[in-house]
Ligand binder design. Structure first.
Ligand SMILES: [Zn+2]
Length: 341
């Protein structure tokens, strides 16, 4: 099969479009012909050797993809050949105590598609049947591949932060992959959405995506602006996607007794925190970002109903993954890049 194979850590020259054997199928697994995959920023970290996941090489990356079941193991009951399916990004074991409690996103033996096992940047991918989500046939594969990131945003806002209708949420890095999904999810949940972006060029895009207010923190004091937009009260929920220098203004924007969901650290992962501020103001700081199979099933329904709509920036062939990475690196990409094997 054709695949984009990562053979070493570093620049895009380590990604090669090549032929590899079709993966073999265990009794409880499904062989999926990938019909659409999407690029993900995590791939750039993996390629550079910075992901902290220590992936085995060679590796087929690609946490996000959708396709058709073309073969099933003898023990597989729920999936049949021809089903449209999504291999779940978080390949949990199904047996540990967390899996048994429905917390499969924090499985103790979790594997990550495209990071610690071969993913969707290939003609075929194999997944255990219990991690395969069925898709309605009318849902386009590209929409599912690009829309998989809504699961991250749903987990962060609806589940971890418990965002409710009528609450106010601040989303920083709101123009990025997770951020743009989070804006739509927050809108869908009925919240008032304050979005923060790093440049004026992104304001219109984020407003069109459903944000009620957009703050350009490149030219405006984020905390001051949030306070003025909320009559000094602050937001119920902060979603920190960037970390680094954005963490403190995002945390300070959260009202007393509010919640801060933390989902990324591309802007810096080491910061100092005044712990007294956290406990005196009763602010809950929560890590999040990995989602359960139940969340995927819910998001599939919302995508099929058109309630959430991914922005597809460009559709390219799988062989052009290097080019897609170059586009992602210069940060001009608005939305997802879809790859067709
Ligand atoms: Zn488990």
């Amino acid at each position: 099969m054709h695949a984009m194979l990562l053979t070493g850590f570093g620049g895009p020259e380590h990604l090669r479009h090549t032929e590899v054997p079709v993966p073999t199928l265990e009794d409880d697994e499904v062989l999926i012909r990938v019909r659409a995959a999407a690029t993900n920023r995590v791939e750039i970290d993996i390629r550079r050797g910075l992901s902290g996941l220590g992936p085995p090489l060679p590796l087929v990356m690609g946490p996000d993809g959708a396709g058709e079941a073309v073969a099933v193991g003898v023990a597989v009951k729920d999936i049949v050949v021809g089903d449209h399916v999504l291999p779940h990004t978080m390949v949990s074991c199904g047996r540990c105590e967390n899996c048994q409690r429905g917390r499969d996103n924090v499985c103790r033996r979790i594997r990550i598609l495209g990071s610690t096992m071969w993913g969707c940047h290939a003609e075929y991918v194999v997944a255990p049947a219990h991690r395969v989500v069925k898709l309605p046939p009318e849902l386009p594969f590209e929409v599912m591949a690009a829309g998989n990131k809504f699961c991250t945003a749903w987990e962060a806002l609806a589940v971890t932060a418990g965002l409710r209708a009528g609450e106010v949420v601040l989303i920083n890095a709101a123009a990025g992959g997770v951020g743009s999904c989070a804006v739509q999810v927050a809108r869908h949940l009925g919240a008032r959405v304050i979005a923060a972006v790093g440049s004026a060029a992104k304001i219109d895009q984020v407003r069109a995506n459903g944000a009620d207010e957009v703050i350009d923190y490149g030219t405006t004091d984020l905390l001051e602006r949030v306070r003025s937009l909320t009559d000094g009260r602050g937001v119920d929920v902060g979603l920190d996607i960037a970390g680094g220098a954005l963490f403190h203004p995002t945390l300070q924007s959260v009202t007393d007794g509010g919640r801060l969901a933390l989902i990324g650290a591309h802007a810096g992962k080491m910061i100092e925190i005044d712990l007294t501020d956290l406990f005196r103001r009763h602010v809950a700081v929560m890590g999040c970002g990995r989602w359960t199979k139940a969340i995927s099933q819910h998001v599939v329904g919302l995508l099929a109903a058109g309630a959430l709509k991914p922005t597809i920036f460009k559709t390219m062939t799988l062989a052009a993954l290097n080019e897609a990475h170059a586009l992602m690196s210069d940060r001009t990409v608005n939305g997802r890049i879809v790859l067709l094997p």
